[in-house]
Design a protein around this ligand. Structure first.
Ligand SMILES: Cc1cc2nc3c(=O)[nH]c(=O)nc-3n(C[C@H](O)[C@H](O)[C@H](O)COP(=O)(O)OP(=O)(O)OC[C@H]3O[C@@H](n4cnc5c(N)ncnc54)[C@H](O)[C@@H]3O)c2cc1C
Length: 301
């Protein structure tokens, strides 16, 4: 195991919008900064049509990331391709990859989350173009379309009413096992939302999505799908340190600068209790970086 003799002012883990924006700020302060990413991209890589980022009429997550990485490098941030396996705390933080250990005064964790997706054939073909997982990201793209909502919980029932209210009168709700209370079934019928029970098997369509086939062979016509099956945090490497989490013990609590309960370790993006959007992750990365700058300067006196 190679241990870097250099103590970085900050190590950033994850090169999504949160980590890249933190890198741009910290690099522009001329600090000694390392950005580590395992490669392959996170959720932002899947965002093929981004229409809600200020100043971009339409872009893609991939384009934002590629330009962002060039920006980060242009401010002399060192970039390392590796998966972070562990973070420990001794005199400084120590950020461990398979082959090396990187000491750091401050750490920004920006590793994002991953969607729980149904096991359906042809998912890759339609993911991000007509198969969606995020209302704030892609709800607008379902406007006026034949929409199928997939889920397995009461919040999915609530989502069906919300999607009907905001985007389209043509909503079908597919629940796998969960059976809603009878009064909600009645309310769905009153709203004209068709309730289907079953397990999804295959997305059907040549160029455009046409239907979802269920395991029992039934086909549910649809032009787009909003899947609502939750997500997991990319945080396996954080087990060594103890953190304050939300009431469900799921997401990380942070202060207004996005510092977690571990002094000097910041958590930006959807790992914390805030919302999951590119512009929000980027704003949190900037806020964390400004706070780190303040603390590095305070340490001089
Ligand atoms: C289909 C789709 C469409 C979307 N559309 C929009 C949209 O239009 N507008 C919008 O605002 N948001 C959109 N989003 C949400 C957006 O992608 C997230 O808000 C955003 O990804 C959060 O950024 P992040 O920096 O926290 O994480 P991510 O973008 O997920 O980046 C995390 C990075 O961490 C790296 N990483 C993970 N684990 C490790 C590890 N152990 N070691 C090293 N590196 C690691 C990954 O490789 C990745 O590069 C969409 C999401 C999806 C799935």
């Amino acid at each position: 195991m190679k241990k870097s003799s250099n103590v970085y002012d900050a190590v950033i883990v994850g090169a999504g919008p949160g980590g890249l924006q933190a890198g741009i700020y910290l690099g522009r302060y001329n600090f000694n900064v390392l950005l580590i990413d395992r490669g392959g991209g996170g959720r932002t890589r899947h965002a093929r049509h981004v229409e809600n980022y200020l100043g971009h009429r339409q872009t893609s997550g991939g384009e934002l990331l590629d330009i962002g990485l060039e920006q980060v490098k242009s401010f002399n941030v060192k970039v390392e391709k590796a998966a972070v396996k562990n973070i420990t705390m001794d005199e400084h933080f120590e950020v461990h990859t398979e082959d090396a250990v990187f000491p750091a005064r401050f750490v920004v964790v920006a590793t994002g989350v991953r969607d729980n997706l149904p096991q359906v054939e042809n998912l890759g073909k339609f993911f991000g173009t007509s198969f969606f997982t995020c209302v704030d990201c892609d709800g607008h793209r379902t406007t006026g379309k034949k929409l199928l909502i997939i889920g397995n919980s009461f919040p999915t029932v609530r989502l069906a009413f919300g999607m009907k209210e905001m985007y389209t009168g043509d909503v079908t709700l597919l629940l796998m096992i969960y059976d809603p209370p009878d009064d909600y079934k009645g309310a769905l019928a009153e709203e004209g939302i068709t309730l289907v029970k079953g397990r999804p098997k295959r997305l059907i369509g040549e160029e455009e999505l046409e239907a979802l086939e269920l395991e029992d062979g039934r086909k549910v016509p649809c032009e787009c799908v909003m899947s609502n099956l939750g997500f997991k945090l990319n945080d396996d490497f954080l087990g060594e340190l103890s953190f304050k989490k939300d009431a469900r013990g799921f997401k990380y609590e942070v202060n207004t600068h996005f510092e977690s309960s571990a002094d000097g370790l910041y958590i930006v993006g959807p790992l914390n209790t805030g919302n999951d959007q590119i512009v929000i992750a980027a704003g949190e990365g900037a806020t964390a970086a400004i706070d780190i700058k303040k603390r590095l300067l305070e340490a001089l006196l």
